[in-house]
Design a protein around this ligand. Sequence first.
Ligand code: KG4
Ligand code: ZN
Length: 353
Amino acid sequence: MSEECALRVLGIETSCDETGVAVYDSEQGLLGHSLYSQIKLHADFGGVVPELASRDHVRKTLPLITDTLKQTDGGLEQLDGIAYTAGPGLVGALLVGAAIGRSLAWTLDIPAVGVHHMEGHMLAPMLDERKPEFPFVALLVSGGHSQLVEVEAVGHYRLLGESIDDAAGEAFDKTAKLLGLPYPGGPELARLAEQGNPERFSFPRPMTDRPGLDFSFSGLKTFALNTMQQELAPELNLEPEIAQQTRADIARAFEDAVVDTMVIKCRRAVRETNCQTLVLAGGVAANRHLRQRMQLSMEKEGVELFYPNMQFCTDNGAMIAYAGCQRLVAGQSEELQFGARPRWPLEELTALD
Ligand code: KG4
Ligand code: ZN
C-alpha cells in the first residue's frame, strides 16, 4: 500500500464494562491506546449494571480520546476514519460509543464504520508482529460468546459450533460467584485454581462424547455447586484452611474441565476443516492454562496457534480500531445513521472481496 492511501483510524469500544480507545494506522500500526475499566463501579453489585455502565462510558469516552490522541503524533485532524463497536453488547453502552464515534466522524467529515465486537476479538492477534494468516479456525470465548468459526478472510465466516447454553466466560463468572469470589469472576477463579490440586476432583467434559462442535457449559456450574454442597457442608465443620483448599480444588477441576473441553473441540475443528492455523481470542483466551494446553495440543496436530497479546485479549479499543481500519481500507463505511445491535450473528457480516 502506498503512503498516500494509509488510513489512520480511531477505535472506540463501549460494549460492556470497559471503555477502550485506540488509534491504528494502516501503515504504522498501533499508535496509541487507552483503557478504563469499570470494575470498581460494578463490584458491589456482583456483576455489570447496564445503566451504570452506559453513564460511565458517557463520562470516560471523550477524556480517553483526548489521552489517546496525545500518544500519537497528531490530533483529531490527522484521523481518516472512525470505528466504533456497534454490537453485540449492552445496547445503552453501545449507543454511547456509536453516538460519539458518529458525531466525531460527521464533524471531521470522515467515514465511520460500526464494528462487530467478536470480529474485533478475532482479529486482535493481528496487532502483533507475528500475525496469523488466513484461512484459520477461531475459538472465540468471551463473557457472552463461545464459538468456533472457520475464517476464510475478513468477513468470510462460517460458524462451526457454539455454546447451546452459557458462554465459557459466563460459566467462569457464575462458578466464581458460587465459590464466593468477587466480580469479575473469571480471572479470580483462575487465580484460585492455581492453588488447586488437579487430582482431587474430576468434572465431566460436556458434549465431547458425541460428534459435533457445539459446547455446553452450564452443567459444569451445577457440578461445581453439587461438589461444594457435599464437600463444604456446614456440618463438616471444616477448618478455614481446609475449606479454602477445597474451594481451590473445585476451581481447578472446573477450569480443567472447561479447558479440556475447548482443547478437544478445537482439535476436532482443525481436523475437520484441515486448517493449519488456530486463533484463540476473547476474554477467556487470557486464561493461562487454556493457552498452555492448547499450545501442546496444537503442536501435536502440526497446527500453528495464535492468541492476542494479554492486554488485547479482554475488551479494548485497539482491536476495534484494527478491525474498523481493515473495513475502511476496503472502502466500507456507513451512511450518516447509526444503530446498535445487542445481538448480531457473525455470519451476517458483509464480506470483504
Ligand atoms: O472479551 P471480554 O473481555 O468481554 C466480553 O466480550 O464478554 O471477556 C470477558 C470474560 C469474562 O467472562 C471473564 O471472566 C473472562 O472473560 N476472563 C477469564 C480470564 N480473564 C477474563 N476467564 C478465565 N480465565 C481468565 N484468566
Ligand atoms: Zn469482549
